[in-house]
Design a protein around this ligand. Structure first.
Ligand code: PEP
Ligand code: MG
Length: 313
């Protein structure tokens, strides 16, 4: 029966009592965007642009970048919006033409927004290419920056994005950004919580270290507290706050995230039906109770059990 319900769910995403939600896809290139458009998604919540350049020795020219981005925007030209993330180079995703060599501590080094800003013109050229692709396809492109730590960074980034006529947002992946979510939302149009890095930086545990898996778990109550602060700031500001890390693909955790006030969940396209069918079975009140239970749990295992109990009624 579970399986049949999953196959049968075709959206639109909403709770059992009809509160609308957005389920979005994480994509890496034109091909994965096209595949995602076959699923019942409301748009793209995370296009990881750096994945297009892993094998490039040189930075592609603006025209070539625009072609690459247009292929991702095109399948969604008449459907929702596409969140394009500027280059998240460095640390676990080294890019030959951008990454600083020989850093002692690359996860805490010049990566993401820091790298694009530190490399003259790199950010501006990428934004020019994204704006060109948006203009050519007619798609609703939103642009966000990875690894933002300060409000000043968010403000500088938003200025560049808006001067090109696009919506600007930042990722919440560093605890400082979550704690300052309210101020961040005074200078940007939306936030997107990257739970993979937010967990890594909150627990001080390398996301790639398999022997630290008990720490790099988004059910860790400290991570959930930071997500709740961020979501709450979004509700107060009346601006969208999404989750685009792995946490969004966990149907059980998705109910708690929605209960915290998150307005969209972005995940691998294949996970969308499972999350959509789970959310369709629970009311907003139950989601809020799930959030409460997960936030007050002592550890990830207790959080999962408590949310299961709450949803079982
Ligand atoms: C994240 O950190 O949760 C995220 C979505 O970005 P990435 O996994 O690409 O670092
Ligand atoms: Mg990240």
């Amino acid at each position: 029966a579970e399986r049949a319900a999953l196959e049968a769910w075709t959206g639109p995403a909403a709770t059992a009592d009809g509160v609308p939600l957005q389920l979005l896809a994480n994509v890496a290139d034109g091909a994965s965007s096209l595949r995602a458009s076959d699923e019942p998604v409301d748009g793209v919540g995370l296009f990881r642009t750096e994945l297009c350049f892993l094998d490039r020795a040189e930075e592609p020219a603006v025209e070539e970048q625009a072609d690459i981005y247009a292929a991702v925007l095109n399948p969604f030209r008449d459907r929702g919006h596409v969140v394009v993330r500027t280059l998240d180079a460095g640390s676990d995703k080294p890019i030959a033409f951008a990454t600083h060599e020989g850093e002692e501590n690359p996860a805490l080094g010049v990566r993401g927004l820091r790298l694009s800003f530190g490399n003259p013109g790199l950010m501006e050229r990428q934004l020019d290419a994204i704006a060109l692709a948006a203009e050519r396809t007619g798609a609703d492109a939103w642009v966000m920056a990875p690894m933002v730590a300060t409000v000043a960074e968010a403000q500088d980034f938003a200025g560049l994005v808006r001067s090109r006529g696009l919506k600007a947002g930042v990722m919440v992946e560093v605890p400082s950004a979550a704690l300052l979510a309210h101020q961040m939302l005074e200078v940007v149009d939306f936030l997107s919580i990257g739970t993979n890095d937010l967990t890594q930086y909150t627990l001080a545990a390398d996301r790639m270290a398999t022997d630290l898996a008990h720490l790099t778990d988004p059910w860790q109550p400290a991570v959930l507290q930071l997500i709740a602060i961020t979501a709450h700031a979004g509700v107060e500001a009346g601006k969208p706050v999404g989750v685009c890390g792995e946490a969004a693909a966990d149907p059980l955790l998705a109910t708690a995230l929605v209960g915290m006030g998150v307005t969209s969940l972005s995940m691998a396209a294949r996970a969308v039906r499972g999350v959509g069918s789970q959310l369709a079975r629970v009311t907003m009140d139950a989601c809020e109770a799930a959030a409460e239970a997960a936030l007050s749990a002592r550890d990830p295992r207790a959080g999962r059990e408590a949310v299961r109990r709450v949803l079982a009624g």
